[in-house]
Design a protein around this ligand. Structure first.
Ligand code: GAR
Length: 193
């Protein structure tokens, strides 16, 4: 299977996935393309370091989410991508992409224990709520944001001394552990049924 990663930010999950592919020569799937929407973002720099083809599709150049997703879909189809991974993709996905990658071919990582703390500020929301634990979730993408079937989760404890930054570090450590195995369990399911 040919995998594409969509990332908006630092790209630490993208790099963890590249490491997993390097360390587990599984022969089932390869990372073929990174799409970014923020020029010069960390994910782009990591793609350059690992020689992964990357493409900038900037949402600021489009007048609607649908037209933006349409451009992404064309790029994914051109690259013959079978499975798409959102690794810190901070844009809401429309039916254009969701319908083109059915049955769990569009996966996301989210920094909370869904269904708790959906949305783009999940770590801050967990802290503000005084939660005793949070974590991360790998899930299939559906039209309702952060509401698709859950594939994997990992918990972290929140200490009274935790800050946004310290909790983000703890959650991302877990993300880097669970995201790639969850992606490849989905790949195996899609390949072998
Ligand atoms: C990750 O923590 C991911 O869970 C989060 O963005 C971060 C990206 O980090 N995604 C969302 O909040 C999606 N709603 P990275 O760029 O270092 O992989």
């Amino acid at each position: 299977m040919r995998i594409a990663v969509l990332a908006s930010g630092s790209g630490s999950n993208f790099e963890a996935l590249l490491h997993y592919c390097r360390d587990h020569k599984q022969g089932l799937a390869t990372i073929e393309l990174l799409i970014i929407n923020n020029p010069g973002c960390g994910a782009q720099q990591r793609a350059e370091k690992y020689n992964i083809p990357w493409l900038l599709i900037n949402h600021r150049d489009f007048d609607s989410r649908e037209n933006f997703d349409d451009a992404i879909l064309k790029a994914l189809q051109l690259a013959k991508i079978d499975l798409v991974v959102l690794a810190g993709w901070m844009r809401i996905i429309t039916a254009k992409l969701i319908d083109a990658f059915p049955s769990g071919r569009l996966l996301n990582i989210h920094p909370s224990l869904l269904p708790e703390f959906k949305g783009s500020a999940a770590i801050a929301a967990a802290l503000a709520a005084g939660a005793k634990k949070s974590g991360c979730t790998v899930h299939e993408v559906v039209l309702n944001v952060d509401a698709g079937p859950i594939i994997a989760q990992a918990e972290v404890e929140i200490q009274p001394s935790d800050t946004l930054e310290s909790l983000k570090i703890k959650i991302q450590e877990q993300e880097h552990l669970i995201f790639a195995p969850a992606i490849f369990s989905k790949v195996r399911q899609l390949v072998y049924g």
